[in-house]
Design a protein around this ligand. Structure first.
Ligand code: ATP
Length: 272
């Protein structure tokens, strides 16, 4: 799911238990959660708390979900924006939105600011296709100004997500900015099984549903695709008037989701 433009300081009740797999990433972000909970514990010895981390990985792998879970675990407000919402804005609007977001965040600190699809604003010069370069640069510069403008003891942690770390302007990756990278990969077989378990919870399934088999039938699926399969299967079974979702409904749902992914790849791949 996309971070909607301006999740303005929402309280979230998502926790790490909603995020299946991603064990290494969870360990890394746990450290940041602890900074938010007890900043003094860290600054007491003169250490500087990192300002931000970049979550790197393919679409639908749970980057937004993990960022929200961090806010939920630390019990701090969650602010978000998406880089793609800054496409085609009038001159000055992008920068002023960034300024506005940080102003509100400072008032509610400690908090988390999440910037989805940061590559849309943070691409290195000349590589951007989405936005006029001047306007994109204004927006990016404002973001850098804001990041540099608060101390590490301000209690604001900025997370950003991208699947194209290679195109990012190096200014974003300098120490004191997004100097940590956390990779969020597509799940392996065991990971898919745990993601199925999470998304099957609300669904009335037949008792002989084979979750291991579902995981083995879905190589290359991201968490978002698995969530999609579970929902499709429930709808397919309901349409047939069943009172529980069976393996054959999941087979059909998987075919349907694979079909959708193939279509999407046909449209997307020529650019990549
Ligand atoms: P994008 O880059 O497309 O924004 P993303 O990596 O931010 O993708 P999310 O928006 O976090 O992905 O994931 C979409 C949905 O997929 C989640 O709301 C959740 O339902 C499901 N999902 C993805 N990964 C996981 C996971 N590891 N555990 C449980 N659910 C997951």
């Amino acid at each position: 799911s996309k971070a909607t433009l301006f999740d303005k300081g929402t309280r979230v009740n998502i926790t790490f238990s909603d995020v299946a797999g991603l064990d290494e990433a969870k360990v890394e972000v746990m450290e940041i959660v602890d900074f938010l909970r007890n900043p003094k514990k860290y600054t007491a010895l003169g250490g500087k708390i990192p300002k931000g981390a970049l979550l790197v990985g393919p679409p639908g792998t749970g980057k937004t979900l993990l960022a929200k879970a961090m806010a939920g675990e630390a019990q701090v407000p969650f602010f978000s924006m998406s880089g793609s919402d800054f496409v085609e804005l009038f001159v000055g609007v992008g920068a002023s939105r960034v300024r506005d977001l940080f102003k509100q965040a400072r008032e509610k600190a400690p908090c988390i600011i999440f910037i989805d699809e940061i590559d849309a604003i943070g691409r290195a010069r000349g590589k951007n296709v989405m936005m006029s370069n001047d306007e994109r640069e204004n927006t990016l510069n404002q973001l850098l100004v804001e990041m540099d403008g608060f101390g590490t003891d301000s209690g604001i942690i900025i997370l950003a997500a991208t699947n194209r770390p290679d195109v990012l302007d190096s200014a974003l990756l300098r120490p004191g900015r997004f100097d940590r990278q956390i990779s969020i990969d597509k799940p392996d077989l065991a990971g898919r099984e745990t993601i199925f378990e999470v998304h099957l919870k609300p669904i009335k399934t037949s008792p002989n549903l084979d979750i291991k088999k579902l995981a083995s039938m879905t190589p290359g699926f991201a968490g978002a695709d698995i969530a999609n399969v579970c929902n499709e299967a429930a709808l397919i079974a309901a349409r047939k008037g069943k009172n529980q979702v069976e393996m054959e409904d999941f087979n059909d749902a998987i075919d349907r989701v694979i079909g959708g992914l193939e279509k999407k790849n046909k449209i997307i791949s020529p650019e990549e």
